[in-house]
Design a protein around this ligand. Structure first.
Ligand SMILES: CC(C)(COP(=O)(O)OP(=O)(O)OC[C@H]1O[C@@H](n2cnc3c(N)ncnc32)[C@H](O)[C@@H]1OP(=O)(O)O)[C@@H](O)C(=O)NCCC(=O)NCCS
Length: 249
């Protein structure tokens, strides 16, 4: 695998679906619809069968699990061209943004005393990051799997910012960053990310990796200010007319 593919595997390990089935080096994933990453096929590496047949297998898996068929593919790769040739199309309707920039950077050094990283998510953490204090079992599974820390930062005596960090193969994978709207542009995201970085260093990581929709200019500016730069991009593709879409009920 090339460095982009290897980093995709790191990111995937940080975000475990509820069901995963290998298809050669690809992985078919389901998590009851919670996030594109956990409900699309990770189309990285060799599926071991011709790409059109692999895409048919993606469709069969998706239909069996009641989710729309989707593959997560490296932007500009030979595989992406094959997916397009098979009649699939960019999944522009993907709610969180179908085109994603993967950023990396060195972890900043502390000490950063103004935020906490917890071993368990609090109701306030869930509320901020997922919009509910009572997550579904699939949400709970995906978010809590692995070596995970839950960053929280308070302002005006409430939890105003939250983030998830996962340790994978010496990387700190960052996800679910959220600051309550009325507390934005006060440095709280920076503060909680600094605390998470210190936690990551304490658990053996020296770089972080983040996945950001290319349209999220605020988050991209924030991560750029923290020293991150783009490593590569991926996109979601779904079946086009005349492919497995026609077989969906
Ligand atoms: C992105 C987000 C977490 C930023 O939180 P924040 O607490 O406002 O960020 P900070 O105050 O620490 O910002 C630090 C710097 O990042 C940049 N930045 C942050 N938000 C920005 C925005 N909306 N537009 C432009 N630049 C922004 C600025 O350079 C800012 O410094 P400045 O305020 O001195 O100009 C917040 O807007 C949010 O929760 N958005 C919705 C969820 C989201 O997009 N999460 C990220 C998913 S990858």
């Amino acid at each position: 695998m090339n460095p982009r593919e290897k980093l995709e595997v790191v990111c995937a390990k940080a975000w475990s679906p509820v069901v995963e089935e290998p298809l050669g080096e690809w992985v078919l994933r389901w998590a009851d619809g919670f996030t594109g990453r956990a409900n699309s096929a990770r189309a990285v590496g060799d599926p071991g069968i011709p790409v059109p047949s692999a895409l048919d297998a993606v469709c069969e898996f998706a239909h069996a699990h009641g989710i729309p068929a989707a593959v997560q593919v490296l932007e500009g790769s030979e595989l992406e061209r094959e997916v397009a040739t098979a009649g699939w199309r960019e999944q522009v309707e993907h709610a969180a943004g179908y085109r994603v920039s993967v950023l990396t950077g060195p972890l900043p050094s502390g000490p950063f005393p103004d935020a906490d990283v917890l071993d368990e998510p609090t109701p306030e953490w869930w509320e901020l990051t997922e919009g509910t204090a009572a997550p579904s079992s699939a949400q709970r599974h995906v978010v809590t799997a692995g070596k995970v820390g839950y960053g929280v930062v308070a302002a005006d005596r409430v939890t105003a910012g939250a983030v998830r960090g996962a340790i994978v193969d010496g990387w700190l994978h960052v996800a679910r960053l959220a600051v309550a709207p009325s507390f934005r542009r006060r440095g709280l995201a920076t503060t909680v990310l600094h605390a998470l970085a210190a936690w990551g260093r304490a658990h053996g990581a020296d770089q972080w990796v983040l996945q950001v929709a290319v349209g999220n200019a605020g988050a991209l500016a924030l991560y750029g200010a923290l020293g991150c730069s783009e490593h590569h991009r991926y996109r979601y593709w779904g079946p086009g007319p005349g492919t497995c879409e026609d077989r969906q009920s």
